[in-house]
Design a binder for this molecule. Structure first.
Ligand SMILES: Nc1ncnc2c1ncn2[C@@H]1O[C@H](COP(=O)(O)OP(=O)(O)OP(=O)(O)O)[C@@H](O)[C@H]1O
Ligand SMILES: [Mg+2]
Length: 506
């Protein structure tokens, strides 16, 4: 099927010429006036690219560009000769590409083709964003993929460094071989060295067998050294040797081992500054920094946020099987304006939790946590030691929280969906310390104490009341067998133990 291109008719003469050239090149084209309902045109025709022939500074063009960005449609703007700096205009307007008038229609066609190819690249790699910064990153990925030179990727936590590293590998001739990621900050020095280079039997206490390191496992493929700035000086020297002559020794080994591995390194702090501080070797820095990519923080490319939000909502609605309509304009505005110190990861996690929890099947302003609404200064979290919890640790904490929330949701749904197995919760007085006491009633038609206890929700009950009652009933049903009770409730045994403690059930 031919690629579809929309052409605006603001500069009618250009539009006609561009249209003819694109048609001749085999594109499926349509001309639209900016005064038409362009949003509808974008939605119904699902173009692959759009050419704006003029009126770039008009509000109609701005609306068109916003719609294009939301639908991940590439935009090529034809900038007036009176605009001194087309690059600046392009960046300010958030165009994907731009050409200064007068333009040759053939050049427009070639550029449109390139933009469409880049969009395909985004679909392949999962790297979203129409901002010039992300487009530049994509161009670099295309250039870096075919060669074997070392790449250094820098950017704050959650900006997509690993995503970019995988894209470089996936688009490279090595894509059929291993991509092996090692987090250099996660392990103490000796373990990291053994992890990277392997060890011989008996190299140290506990080294009962010879073990291959990540460099050997990545042979023919790519190794991704995450948080490379955290390496100790001694490991830095060993890495330098691998980069210089592609050989290394297993820990405790005497035979040099030769490998063919492409190295991609990442750091969420500036390595150049680490060199200036004296914590990172300058010769290693230059070896790593042959090719480099910088991923700017999300707050410096806010124009990408609506597209990210829309895509993540659709993704998580599908994943959690939720009928979800989207987000209200004012809620989206709050999200666009927030700081996002945890960058795309933080945004993605928040969208997931809101898709799971927003009661209306739509994200509204009030569903957004207050720290985000107030400028999002909540993350990264500082803990008592003064250390910053970021990246994967934060992801782990978040995952655990979402998991808990999902379990509760699931529990609620089970209770809602199965009226036949309801649990009756009766309030019996105020309880000794004012705590509510709960009892499960027995179905009058089946007086057998063995039968499943019905659980009934009463107005005014909180989620924890229902949960407590369900746990009580499940325990009774399984004659106090906690493992079975947890299984029946669809939660982990440890979660059940925690809840028993929390609700003081024994
Ligand atoms: N441009 C983007 N488009 C779509 N998803 C993105 C983008 N950038 C990041 N993500 C998503 O955000 C999350 C974090 O990305 P990634 O792990 O690559 O970040 P990172 O820079 O390696 O973070 P850290 O420094 O904490 O390790 C991932 O789920 C990733 O898919
Ligand atoms: Mg990472």
């Amino acid at each position: 099927m031919a690629d579809r291109v929309l052409i605006t008719t603001d500069d009618l003469e250009q539009a006609v010429r561009v249209n003819a050239s694109l048609e001749q090149a085999g594109f499926d084209t349509a001309m639209v006036s900016s005064l038409d309902d362009v949003r509808a045109a974008v939605r119904s025709r699902e173009p692959d690219a759009m050419v704006l022939t003029g009126g770039l500074h008009e509000s109609t063009a701005q609306r068109l560009l916003a719609a294009a960005r939301e639908h991940a449609v590439s935009t090529l703007g034809l900038v007036e000769p009176t605009d001194a700096d087309p690059t600046q205009v392009g960046r300010e307007l958030g165009l994907t590409g731009w050409l200064k008038k007068p333009v040759d229609p053939g050049e427009v066609t070639a550029t449109v083709r390139r933009l469409i190819e880049r969009r395909r690249l985004q679909q392949r790699t999962g790297i979203l964003g129409e901002s010039p910064a992300i487009q530049e990153v994509l161009v670099k990925i295309e250039q870096m993929a075919p060669v074997t030179s070392t790449v250094l990727i820098e950017g704050e936590s959650g900006t997509g460094k690993e995503l970019v590293a995988r894209a470089v590998h996936d688009l490279s001739p090595r894509h059929g071989k291993a991509f092996i990621a090692v987090n250099c900050a996660a392990l103490p020095e000796t373990l990291l060295e053994s992890e990277l280079f392997g060890h011989e039997k008996g190299a140290f206490t506990g080294a009962a067998e010879r073990r291959l390191g990540r460099f050997e496992l990545a042979n023919g493929g790519t190794i991704f050294l995450d948080e490379v700035g955290e390496m100790t000086p001694s490991t830095q020297v060993k890495l330098l040797r691998v980069l210089e002559d592609r050989t290394f020794f297993r820990v405790g080994g005497t035979q040099p081992i030769r490998v063919d591995v492409r190295v991609i390194a990442a750091s969420n702090r500036s390595l150049k500054e680490a060199v200036a501080r004296g914590t990172f070797r300058d010769d290693l820095f230059y070896r790593l920094n042959v090719l480099s990519v910088y991923l700017p923080p999300l707050r410096e490319r806010r124009s990408d946020i609506p597209l990210l939000v829309r895509t993540f909502i659709a993704e998580f609605a599908k994943q959690h099987d939720r009928n979800f309509h989207g987000i209200t304009p004012d809620a989206l505005q709050i999200i666009v304006d927030a700081d996002w110190p945890g960058n795309v990861r933080q945004l993605k996690n928040l969208i997931e939790s809101m898709v799971v929890l927003a009661p209306e099947g739509e994200i509204r302003s009030r569903d957004i946590p207050s720290d985000i609404r107030e400028g999002s200064r909540g993350l990264p979290v500082r803990i008592e030691t003064g250390r910053t919890v970021a990246g994967q640790e934060l992801e782990f904490i978040f995952r655990s929280l979402v998991e808990l929330k999902l379990q509760l949701e699931d529990l609620r749904r089970r209770i809602d969906d199965k009226p036949a197995e309801r649990v009756e919760v009766i309030e019996v007085g105020g309880g000794s310390e004012g705590r509510r006491q709960i009892e499960a009633s027995v179905d009058p038609l089946d007086p057998s104490p063995e039968s499943p206890s019905p659980v009934i929700y009463k107005p005014g009950m909180s989620m924890s009341d229902v949960e407590r009652a369900a746990i009580d009933a499940a325990l009774r049903e399984t004659h106090g067998n906690r493992r079975k009770a947890a299984e029946n409730l669809g939660i982990g045994e440890r979660t059940l133990y925690r809840k028993l403690k929390e609700y003081a059930i024994d």
